[in-house]
Design a binder for this molecule. Structure first.
Ligand code: SAH
Ligand code: F3S
Length: 482
């Protein structure tokens, strides 16, 4: 299930195939969004070339890395608890080194070394190529910190390791950083300015994944629709590009089309779309190519124009509805999901009702819903008092979640008696006689295994559903994708 913060994978330990020449052991744990999980694959790849094999046994690790998330206070608290655990192990194994990567490293910088005495290494999201140098520093007994954010780094030249995956779906990152400056969000501070990755390296990575048997990729970025390649450099500097660079620039719709053509039997997904940057040519491209999945994650955060403005979301409620209408006009069965924040500073009951009525209009297939958490350093953290009582935030959040639950069931019921195309990903969690995979709209489908295999595209007739899962009977291979 595609999620921004997938609770079921939080803290997952990455393990890759052993290289015989490597003698040291790396234990790497990841928290937060898909980008962090994807970055950990890059880190494991860089360290594999520097003497480290991954392990899932904390006790035998020479180096423990934790790739961290700062998006809400709770995410940071989870990491701090894990560091306490590592501390206990380190007391028994003093040779073990501990490093913090990702957004918390970037946000707290040297403070980490003062606050968390056990940390030897602090590395921000753009500095992973410096890890081998930093590790030599640590080996010589010094603490090492690199939290420099980059204008160019996209790790386009690092081939991520893909093990510990189901061998069917993979993430491919296409942009890094974010220029949007939503007032509640820490990402622009921890991940730096927005830059796009060379389309050639993206296409090569996808072809490589196809040759290894992968059948589905998710193009990743904080704001994928804003993708723009003009030979390298920051998105915000595009205005200074030469006429030639401007004329040959590649935008997100162009990229989607090249990817869809380069791997016609590969499912293409992307995440995340920001309403203000999603253009109709992207939706047209989705409608044109069967292998681009009919699913858009389109966070809105609030249904109130006043709150949207305070959040610096650069669109109105009416413009959002117009976008939803345009999507449904071009792709009537498109799956749509959202992120929503309850209890942003000054949110009134009327604002909250606007959020519920917006949800009623869209009837989202899925949603990821959060109580507002003030983040130090953000515009909202500096300028607005976090004035909504916790109990009110919780109550509003519960109302939002309950409504989402009803809409999810409404959406899954629409599939009853329909036949949908499913890519088999894995065995069902509940039964070893059933496969699990998703339809193009990203809804989970479970059905009897028969003679089908992981990675097959199968047509499934839907006979039953819950709000989260469709259940059915396979009726044959997909004639388009298989
Ligand atoms: N564009 C990003 C969004 C990053 S954050 C992406 O690609 O995933 C993911 C979600 O976390 C946001 O959409 C928002 O709903 C939520 N979020 C961000 N900052 C938050 C905060 N301070 N409090 C509560 N939720 C927050
Ligand atoms: Fe955050 Fe807004 Fe960018 S939510 S990641 S600043 S689009």
């Amino acid at each position: 299930m595609e999620k921004l913060i997938d609770e079921s994978v939080q803290g997952q330990v990455l393990e890759q195939k052993t290289q015989n020449t490597n003698s040291k052991k790396l234990y790497i744990e990841s928290y937060g969004c898909q980008m962090n999980f994807s970055d950990s694959e890059i880190v494991a790849s860089i360290l594999a070339n520097n003497g480290y094999n991954t392990t899932q046994e904390l006790n035998e690790a020479d180096l423990v890395l934790v790739n961290t998330c700062s998006i809400r206070d709770k995410a940071e608290q989870t990491v701090r608890k894990r560091l306490e655990k590592f501390n206990a192990v380190k007391r028994e194994q003093p040779h073990m080194k501990v490093g913090v990567l990702g957004c918390m490293a970037e946000r707290l910088k040297e403070k980490f070394l003062e606050e968390e005495k056990i940390v030897d290494l602090v590395v921000g999201p753009d500095a992973y190529k410096d890890l081998p140098n930093l590790l030599s520093e640590v080996e010589e007994g010094r603490n090492a910190v690199n939290v420099i954010l980059s204008k160019e780094e996209t790790y386009g030249d690092v081939a991520p390791v893909r093990l510990q995956s189901n061998g069917v779906s993979a993430f491919v990152s296409i942009t890094r950083g974010c220029d949007n400056m939503c007032t509640f969000c820490v990402v622009p501070f921890t991940r730096g300015r927005e830059r796009s990755r060379d389309p050639q390296s993206i296409l090569e990575e996808i072809k490589d994944l196809w040759s290894k048997g992968f059948k589905e990729i998710t193009l990743l970025g904080q704001n994928v629709d804003s993708y723009l390649w003009y030979g390298g450099g920051l998105k915000k500097d595009f205005k200074n590009a030469s006429e030639m660079q401007k004329a040959t620039a590649v935008n997100f719709a162009n990229l989607l089309e090249s990817v869809a053509k380069a791997a016609p039997k590969m499912r293409i997904r992307f995440s995340t779309s920001n309403p203000q940057d999603m253009t109709l040519d992207v939706i047209d491209m989705m409608a044109k190519y069967h292998n681009i999945c009919n699913y858009i994650h389109l966070p809105v955060q609030s249904g109130s124009d006043r709150i949207l403005q305070k959040m610096n979301r650069l669109h109105t409620r009416a413009e959002y509805f117009e976008l939803i209408d345009n999507i449904k006009k071009r792709i009537p069965d498109c799956g749509i999901s959202h992120d929503m924040i309850a209890g942003f500073p000054t949110e009134t009951e009327a604002d909250h009702q606007d959020t519920l009525s917006l949800m009623e209009y869209v009837k989202y297939d899925f949603g990821f819903m959060f109580a507002y958490s003030e983040r130090p350093g953000t515009m909202a953290g500096r300028k607005f008092e976090d004035d909504i009582p916790e109990a009110t935030k919780k109550r509003r959040l519960t109302e939002i979640i309950n409504l989402q639950q009803r809409h999810a069931l409404y959406r899954t019921q629409q599939y009853l008696n329909q036949t949908v195309e499913v890519l088999i990903e894995k065995e069902s969690k509940k039964s070893d006689l059933h496969w699990a995979g998703r339809n193009t709209q990203n809804t989970m489908v479970v059905f009897p295994k028969e003679n089908y295999q992981v990675g097959d595209y199968v047509m499934v007739k839907i006979e039953d559903c819950t709000s989260a899962t469709l259940k059915g009977t396979p009726v044959g291979y997909s004639t388009i994708m298989q």
